[in-house]
Design a protein around this ligand. Structure first.
Ligand code: ADP
Ligand code: UDP
Length: 237
């Protein structure tokens, strides 16, 4: 049984602890919701368990399709064990439909289907407010080299295909999502962090109801019943 040791990092949604295993981290999800780069913050009871359970279910579904991630196993309702990686400071966003910052920046109506899925890179840097960057920027900033960029984009597209089908089966349209990758001790690239309603836009296929963090960002109501709805559908799949 792996042992939890000292706190390594406290983020906006999770705490990471080192363990007695050099290459494994203990992740604790928090009952906390934030928006506007942390400027808005609220305690949301029940969110930690739901995001941990949803992320675990999704990483398990990905594994069945041959997509590896940092996920090792769920430890409790709000904790999981993961492989430690050096996070590549990129927010990799995949979009199937226009929404959010994409709609605003390019004046394209939310909900418009894109002709093909697009992959975008944002530089994960709170001080700079996570600016959008292109592949040349990624190379100039020495965030990743050409081969790694290729690997990341291919993985992002493959993950998108699996997630589209997974959500479609439970009556949900995958609008867009953000993922993160890291480098393992042997230098290979691995999907990390979380995949949850905090990091995806999920719309009910019939009603277009938002089943994701936009409910919090846009003050549309309580997120716990909405996240619960996503988890219930995933569990009963
Ligand atoms: P933030 O840092 O944006 O506030 P979180 O509260 O979700 O976000 O914090 C989790 C942090 O842990 C993120 O910075 C994420 O990049 C990092 N992380 C996720 N998975 C791993 C991993 N397997 N190894 C190391 N760091 C990770
Ligand atoms: N996203 C995320 N973390 C971020 C920014 C975005 O998980 O720090 C997700 C967001 O939930 C959405 C997708 O990435 O599913 C695209 O977000 P967008 O660029 O439209 O940003 P937003 O409108 O949320 O500012």
């Amino acid at each position: 049984m792996v042992e939890k040791r000292e706190l390594l990092y406290e983020g906006k949604a999770k705490k990471l602890f080192v363990t007695d295993e050099e290459n494994q981290l203990w992740v604790e999800y928090l009952d906390q919701a934030t928006a506007l780069n942390g400027a808005r913050k609220d305690q949301v009871l029940g969110k930690a368990d739901l995001n941990n359970q949803i992320t675990s279910a999704i990483f398990e579904a990905l594994i069945l399709k041959g997509i590896k991630s940092h996920f090792i196993r769920q430890l409790s309702d709000n904790e999981q064990l993961v492989t430690k990686v050096d996070i590549i400071p990129l927010e990799v966003v995949v979009r199937n439909y226009a929404a959010g910052s994409f709609s605003k920046r390019l004046a394209i109506d939310e909900g418009k289907k894109l002709n093909f899925p697009i992959v975008e890179f944002y530089y994960k840097n709170d001080a700079l407010d996570d600016p959008i960057i292109n592949e040349d920027h990624v190379k100039i900033l020495e965030i990743a080299d050409s081969q790694e960029i290729k690997t990341i984009k291919a993985a992002a597209r493959e993950i998108n295909s699996v997630l589209i089908e997974l959500f479609d089966d439970i009556g949900i349209r995958l609008i867009d999502f953000k993922i993160e990758f890291g480098r393992t001790a042997d230098g290979s690239i691995l999907l990390a962090d979380e995949i949850s309603p905090d990091t995806c836009r999920l719309w009910d296929k019939e009603t277009n109801e938002h089943l994701d963090k936009d409910v919090y960002r846009r003050d549309l109501g309580d997120i716990v019943p909405v996240y619960q709805e996503v988890y219930t559908r995933l569990k009963n799949k």
